[in-house]
Structures are given as structure tokens and as C-alpha cells.
Design a protein around this ligand. Structure first.
Ligand SMILES: NC(=O)c1ccc[n+]([C@@H]2O[C@H](COP(=O)([O-])OP(=O)(O)OC[C@H]3O[C@@H](n4cnc5c(N)ncnc54)[C@H](OP(=O)(O)O)[C@@H]3O)[C@@H](O)[C@H]2O)c1
Length: 288
């Protein structure tokens, strides 16, 4: 499997996202605890050395499962988390964007994962218009807090998530970020300019919603007729085609597809073997 560098960590291009491990709505215990643990162990066995998580997945559930399944962690495993939100009792995502809240979230991630340092932490930005006044924090102040945490050795790299082209540019200049985590897939290519910027700057681009969102009522790559037809022709599943297209798009793309099922994990890990021709790619981009 090819690698790309996530700051100082050279990681395989197919990683794993832990968001599907907690229960429905990313809240509470998993549907099947033993399978969640098995998914994580199998992922590492198959070469995953980059796991994306968040303390607010569960909350705590994803991090505790990662700890249970994999601690003591293998050398070179990059654990990446995100900060900027907490959960309310109904499972709602509540903004927690103030510098002190970002620091507290990093500390919580270190504690629940049982590590002294995270490979990277993504600052999960939120739409300013949807934030209460006390949560509208200048990006500069948020990045300064993360730069401080990096200087203290609590995080090795800084990332930014759900960020515009201008915000990514600012984060590169102010904080020397190592990754950007934005939504991008065959059915939503609106972030292509940020992907290109990251490529030119040598920064990892980690698409979330790589198959479209797991949340209801959002378009799914696997439902797309063109994806399904190309998949049949190349002898792969629609999910594999959607992921292989992302890998083919740019060499700085690091995938973190998530699943709660060992069978889906194994299918997703096999995409390194799916090769898409220029004609396949043209058809996918024209039809999806
Ligand atoms: N920065 C952010 O704001 C942000 C936002 C969202 C997500 N993320 C991160 O990005 C990762 C990926 O994001 P995501 O929202 O797309 O969630 P995801 O965790 O990749 O979930 C994808 C969905 O696809 C299904 N799936 C996975 N493999 C499949 C396969 N081979 N065939 C059919 N279905 C399959 C999963 O269901 P099953 O469990 O049934 O397989 C799940 O419902 C997340 O795990 C999380 O770590 C970050």
C-alpha cells in the first residue's frame, strides 16, 4: 500500500474512521461490541496505521474501544482526533470552539486514548452564522492555542476540518498544518480547490463522507447509477469504486472510510487492487 506523510508520520493511504463504532447517531455503546473491537484489530492487521477518531464520538465510546482493542499501540500508529464540539444529552453536536475548550478536548482525547501525544488534531470549524456569539472565535486565536499544545508536545501535528480555501491558507501560514479534513466524494466535489491547494503545499487531504454521508437523507456514492455500472464492469463493489476514485484523484489523499462491520472493512481495504482506467474515471466524473 502506498503511503503519504501525515506530518512526521508516513501512513498508508487507506486508514480507518472510527465514527461508525459507537451506537446509532454516533451515541452510546456499539451495536455489537465484539465486532467493533474485531474491526479495529483487523484494520491494524491489514495495514491500517492511521485511525481518525473524536472524543465526542459516543462520547468517549470510540476512543475507549480503540484503547481496548489496540493498546499498547503498535509503533507508527497515527491516532488523529478532532476538537471543536461536545455532545448534549440528546446527542446533539454542541460547539466548543473557545481556546480553553479546545485545550480541554485535547486533554480528554489523550486521557481516553491513553497516550501522551496525538499524531494530529483537527480543529473542526463550524459555520460562524450558526454559532452563538460567545462561540464565534477568530481562527487566529484557535490556531494559536493548538500551536501552544504542539509546542508542549501534546500533539505532533495540527489539522483543520470543514474549512474554506481562505481558512486553510491561513492555517498553513500561521500553524504549518499537516492535514485538512473536509467533505469530498464522487457525489460532492465542491471542495476540489482545497484538495488542489493541499496537493500543491504537500499537505495530506483526508476526505470525510468519502461515500457520501452515513447520515440519512444525504446522497450516497453507492446508490449512484454511473458508479454502479462502472463497478459492475471493473468487477468491484460500488463502495470500492467510490474509494478507488478518491485514491486516484491525488496522491495526497488519505482515506479514512469507517464501518462497524469486518466484512465492509475487508472490502474497503481491498481497494488498493481496484484499478480505474482513464475512461472509467471520465465516465464516473461525467455521471456522478
Ligand atoms: N471532520 C469531520 O467533521 C468529520 C465528519 C464526518 C466523519 N468524519 C470522519 O470521517 C470518517 C468517514 O466519514 P463518513 O461520514 O463517511 O462515515 P463513515 O464512518 O465512513 O461511514 C460510512 C458509511 O458507509 C457504510 N460503509 C462502509 N463501508 C462500506 C462498504 N464497503 N459497503 C457499503 N457500505 C459501507 C458504513 O456502514 P456500516 O457500518 O454498516 O459498514 C457507514 O454507514 C468517519 O469515520 C470519521 O472518522 C469526520
Amino acid at each position: 500500500m502506498d503511503t503519504y506523510s501525515l506530518g512526521r508520520f508516513p501512513v498508508h493511504r487507506i486508514g480507518f474512521g472510527a465514527m461508525q463504532l459507537p451506537g446509532p447517531g454516533v451515541m452510546g455503546p456499539p451495536r455489537d461490541h465484539d465486532e467493533a473491537v474485531a474491526v479495529l484489530r483487523r484494520a491494524v492487521e491489514l495495514g491500517v496505521d492511521h485511525i481518525d477518531t473524536a472524543q465526542f464520538y459516543g462520547p468517549d465510546v470510540a476512543n475507549e474501544l480503540i484503547h481496548e482493542a489496540l493498546h499498547p499501540y503498535p509503533d507508527g500508529l497515527a491516532l488523529v482526533s478532532k476538537v471543536g464540539a461536545v455532545r448534549d444529552e440528546q446527542g446533539g453536536f454542541v460547539p466548543a470552539q473557545r481556546p480553553g475548550q479546545l485545550r480541554a478536548a485535547v486533554e480528554e482525547n489523550l486521557r481516553t486514548l491513553g497516550v501522551d501525544r496525538l499524531a494530529a488534531v483537527n480543529l473542526r470549524r463550524m459555520d460562524e452564522h450558526e454559532l452563538p456569539a460567545d462561540q464565534r472565535i477568530p481562527l487566529e486565536d484557535q490556531l494559536a492555542e493548538l500551536v501552544g499544545l504542539r509546542a508542549e508536545g501534546k500533539i505532533a501535528g495540527i489539522g483543520i476540518s470543514t474549512a474554506t480555501h481562505a481558512q486553510v491558507r491561513q492555517a498553513i501560514e500561521q500553524a504549518g498544518i499537516v492535514c485538512v479534513q473536509n467533505a469530498f466524494s464522487l457525489v460532492d466535489r465542491s471542495d476540489a480547490d482545497v484538495l488542489d491547494l493541499c496537493h500543491d503545499e504537500g499537505i495530506a487531504y483526508v476526505p470525510y463522507f468519502p461515500l457520501g454521508s452515513a447520515f440519512p437523507d444525504m446522497p450516497k456514492v453507492t446508490d449512484n447509477a454511473t458508479v454502479r455500472s462502472v463497478a459492475e464492469r471493473v468487477g468491484a463493489s460500488p463502495a470500492q469504486v467510490g474509494l478507488a476514485w478518491l485514491l486516484a484523484r491525488r496522491d495526497n489523499v488519505l482515506l479514512i472510510p469507517g464501518t462497524s462491520r469486518v466484512a465492509h472493512l475487508e472490502e474497503n481495504m481491498r481497494i488498493a487492487d481496484v484499478s480505474l482506467s482513464a475512461t472509467d474515471i471520465e465516465e464516473l466524473e461525467g455521471g456522478a
